[in-house]
Design a protein around this ligand. Structure first.
Ligand SMILES: [Zn+2]
Length: 555
């Protein structure tokens, strides 16, 4: 069944954080010729993200066709076993087959590049280079087959896993590093497509999201003396558009193209010190008589962390950064009185885990009181009002309202959206008595390296190809619809465990009439043989956490 003419039959092209709020005006001004052409020739509409719209679980839902309760990834972080400490999730946490596994089962060869949470890479028929949260450095461990690493190195374009792209306090910005990230992705893809043809190509550009997180409010950047890019966000989209154009040049008229994003984007308005809010609400209780690091002390440490010159970071990344960070995080956990703490937050969005006897290491809520306590905490958050505006802040859900499947019990007990996604949580390191809310302008004065953009639930879907009917889609598609739709476009049966549906409205009526969707009973549990059980060492884990902060995923 494998393709012999070296042109992929389908390209799934991900643009992390892509939003029509940026795309439509840019297309109208003629800045995105390839996307503009696809919008005209194909179908497009909103692709709705999961709640909360976090990159790792969102891409995993796109790539598996199931909700997080089935694939098992809920955040960038998950709790370590029998601990209040967290660890980074990896591809090993994914419990269901991904699109590439399904396509392989159907005899199709697949190329996968830069999809978040694909480290370690799956041993697939085709090739894979891990994406965001990938290997600490590019090399054999990030590639399948491992020899790809040498092949890519020989291209002579360094392949950074991810690069610091934010403005620092001193206005420092490593534009060249960002450009290397952009160039290396396209060079590697074009090379691999030529040398190792595939039937389906799956690729994600994530620099768009990084740039949105960092440049939403102030978009210009001086890249070198006398050179200014007026709109860095537009620049990132143009780079993705150019890359997509290069790929389309390699395709024939029979290739189906799906452009998707894991969530949309918009301005960030405020930062919330959730730790303090939970403490004032009596949910988190500190041990009495604890000595804390003073606020000025923590502020100084944090400022040093963000503003230290690159050479110092390179010279002493472990000694200087890691010890400070680990020390402060441990210090923070150590000062919590777990016997009296009813709920604590995990991750980058609202994700409260109740402290339950027999489930958490030092639980204080009896299992029979769980539902009552959860309802009380939920009501407390729902009734909370912004101290200045009086507006509600939290949109809260019980986990089973959002997710279903065998892994729901691994999720936080209460999840949600804060300030309609316009409010971010401040860093774990934030001093415990820092203000509850800080607006972005004020935060910019205190800490210019803080984020300026945030996620939104409305992502994008653009489809084009031989059977696609050109129009604007009336209903929102869901992330879990992508796997069924990809399989349908390729004439393949859809696993009956998938949560999504075939987006038949994307295709021409006569095609749908003559091609009803087919379903197959395929095992939902992923077969993960050949993948190592342990992924990140403590040191690697810290490097990746730091990278997430640099990229703007954590403040
Ligand atoms: Zn994302």
């Amino acid at each position: 069944m494998s393709n012999t003419n070296s042109k992929p039959g389908l390209i799934l092209f991900g643009i992390d954080g892509a939003t029509f709020d940026v795309i439509k005006p840019a297309v109208a001004a003629g800045h995105l010729p390839t996307v503009g052409r696809l919008l005209k020739e194909g179908a497009h509409g909103i692709l709705k993200s999961i709640i909360p719209p976090v990159t790792s679980p969102a891409w995993t839902s796109i790539m598996t066709g199931v909700n997080p309760g089935k694939h098992g990834i809920f955040e960038f972080y998950t709790l370590k076993e029998d601990s209040y400490n967290t660890r980074l999730v990896s591809s090993i946490d994914r419990q269901t087959p991904a699109l590439w596994n399904l396509l392989n089962q159907y005899g199709l060869r697949v190329g996968v590049l830069n999809v978040p949470t694909t480290y370690p890479p799956d041993p697939i028929d085709g090739w894979m280079i891990s994406g965001m949260m990938g290997a600490p450095t590019f090399g054999k461990a990030a590639c399948f087959p491992p020899e790809l690493a040498n092949e890519i190195d020989e291209l002579g374009i360094p392949y950074p896993m991810e690069r610091r792209v934010r403005k620092s306090a001193r206005g420092h910005y490593d534009f060249a590093a960002l450009q290397r990230q952009i160039d290396s992705r396209s060079a590697a893809t074009l090379h691999l497509l030529k040398q190792r043809p595939v039937d389906v190509l799956i690729i994600v550009c994530n620099y768009t999201d990084h740039v949105q997180h960092n440049f939403w409010h102030d978009r210009s950047l001086v890249t070198s003396p006398g050179q200014t890019i007026e709109d860095m966000i537009l620049y990132a989209y143009q780079q993705a558009d150019h890359f997509l154009g290069q790929l389309l040049n390699l395709c024939g008229s029979q290739t189906t193209i799906l452009v998707v994003s894991d969530h949309g984007a918009g301005p960030l308005e405020e930062h919330l010190n959730l730790e303090r809010l939970l403490r004032e609400a009596g949910l988190v209780v500190l041990k009495s008589g604890q000595r804390h690091l003073s606020t000025p002390g923590l502020c100084l440490l944090e400022r040093i962390k963000h503003t230290a010159p690159q050479w110092l970071r390179k010279l002493a990344p472990i000694l200087w950064y890691r010890k400070t960070k680990t020390f402060l995080e441990e210090q923070k956990l150590a000062r919590i009185d777990w016997q009296r703490t009813r709920a604590f937050n995990i991750g980058t969005y609202l994700g409260l885990r109740l402290n339950v006897v027999g489930r958490e290491p030092q639980g204080c809520i009896a299992p029979q009181d769980y539902e009552d306590q959860r309802q009380q905490i939920r009501s407390l958050l729902e009734e909370y009002r912004h101290p200045d505006t009086g507006a509600p802040i939290f949109e809260v859900y019980n986990r089973e309202e959002l997710y279903h499947g065998p892994y729901v019990s691994n999720a936080p007990d209460l999840l949600g959206i804060i300030g309609e996604d316009r409010v971010h949580l401040v860093d774990l390191l934030n001093p415990h008595n820092a203000p509850l809310f800080t607006d972005w302008q004020k935060m910019k004065k205190i800490a210019p390296y803080r984020q300026a953009g945030a996620h939104r639930p409305e992502g994008v879907l653009i489809a084009a190809g031989p059977h696609v009917f050109a129009h604007c889609l009336a209903t929102e598609a869901q992330l879990v619809d992508i796997v069924p739709t990809v399989l349908y476009a390729l004439g393949l049966p859809i696993p009956s465990y998938c949560d999504g549906r075939v987006l038949t409205e994307v295709f021409a009526d006569d095609f749908v009439d003559s091609h009803p969707p087919r379903y197959a009973d395929i095992a939902m549990q992923r077969q993960a043989e050949g993948i190592e059980a342990s992924v990140y060492s403590e040191q690697e884990s810290e490097q990746i956490r730091q990278r997430l902060r640099d990229l703007g995923y954590l403040d």
